[in-house]
Design a protein around this ligand. Sequence first.
Ligand SMILES: Cc1ncc(COP(=O)(O)O)c(C=O)c1O
Length: 457
Amino acid sequence: MTEEIRLSESAVKTLSKKSTITLIAGKARILSVQDPDFVRADIGELCAPGLFPPGYKESLRESADAVSIEGRIGYTVPDGDNKLKKLVFKHSIPDDLRALILERFQDEAGKQGIDFEKHKENNMQKHVAITHGGTGALGASVSMFLTDQKNLVVTNQRTWQNHNLIVDMHGGMIWPVPLIDEEGKVADPDSILKLCHPVKDQIAALLYTLINNPDGAVITDPAEQAKLETIIRELNVPLILDVAYHKLVFDGREAQPFSRDILHNTVVCGTYSKTLQIPGERLGYIACFDPRGARFVYFYNRSHSGCPSVTSQRGLIAHLTLYETAPDEIEAYKKKLLTEIETRRNILVEKVKEKLGWEMKHPGGAIYAIIPLSSDLIIKFGDVDTFTLDLVDKGGVSAISGTVFEFRARPTNGGYEVYTPDATSPEVRYLRFCFGFTPQDRVGLAVDHIKNFISSR
Ligand SMILES: Cc1ncc(COP(=O)(O)O)c(C=O)c1O
């Protein structure tokens, strides 16, 4: 007997995966404790002190008191508390999907000659399931559609790194295409369909992020939305819609709604990690016009994780209940939070221009911005990963290099594989700067640090 467990080939391959993001986060964690001036812009979290979701903390305290009296915390059903599902349906899921499901209820109530309100109250929870964060929602969604024959999930080629990991760990592969640029412009549908053509019978779903990580790209123009919908219709596959940054859209704009035919075949994956600053609570949801989509999560959660944390579910119930009992307080809170994040974005773009003389785009939403790096600068350091790691070690700022977010597909012997462009390639020559975690005054400090770091070379 050897002293090691015998792992499958795919498990060994998974273990060999390297990620600059974990390397940077590890260094940043240590350095930020040692140096109070160190600025963390790597971490994909929202931190806005004083703007914690109303009702949530109070519920945590109540739960702690109840536990100390009762001496236990029980389960909920695997796909979440019914009361929470109803609140999520009423207050969290995208408006276009809610409207379509309500129309369905109206229709059904009419046909059955029953009261609409009662029918709605009895059925809305069937279209929602509570998951372990957005990751749990995405995992359940991809496993709903992946089969041996259809094992590909089309994604934007610039996307959240874990989309690749989640699809991979569920036995599929992403099929990255240049779907949308950072300004929310969608590629010409023919060009995308051509790129999908060689594998079109293998495509299980299209995974699209409503507001993209890492560049904040969001479609606010109906003509761009029409192009995206043409692509989805032509591919004729379900849409997995990642709405992790739902409503975090700037400049008074909004993400475009989806057409009814697309929504009929969509699984919405939401999370409260970002919008409510509670990533550690692990709460997300799936919402679906077809109740089988939500029901699937019951089995997925049972087999992968069991029910989401009950203490967290209670906290979210308390918060979402305020949408009904204190709507003005909630509106004011949401507005303040959006203004805070938008202000940080504006400071970043302004300071980068003023202090570094670099032009960068205003991200349309979410909590990240792309800071392009010139080729001269990267040549000095060798590649973008070295630049980013040196910036953490010697520059006092942690941000993530473009290598983490760019995916491409290439043919191999008899198939295809996903790869990330080389760290010297122009496609990855950028930093993802997260302004969600960084208070307003420290955004400017980070830019000062970058400037000093570059001039000290
Ligand atoms: C685009 C996107 N989707 C989903 C998630 C999932 O978040 P969580 O699983 O922490 O709720 C993230 C987190 O960074 C994200 O950036």
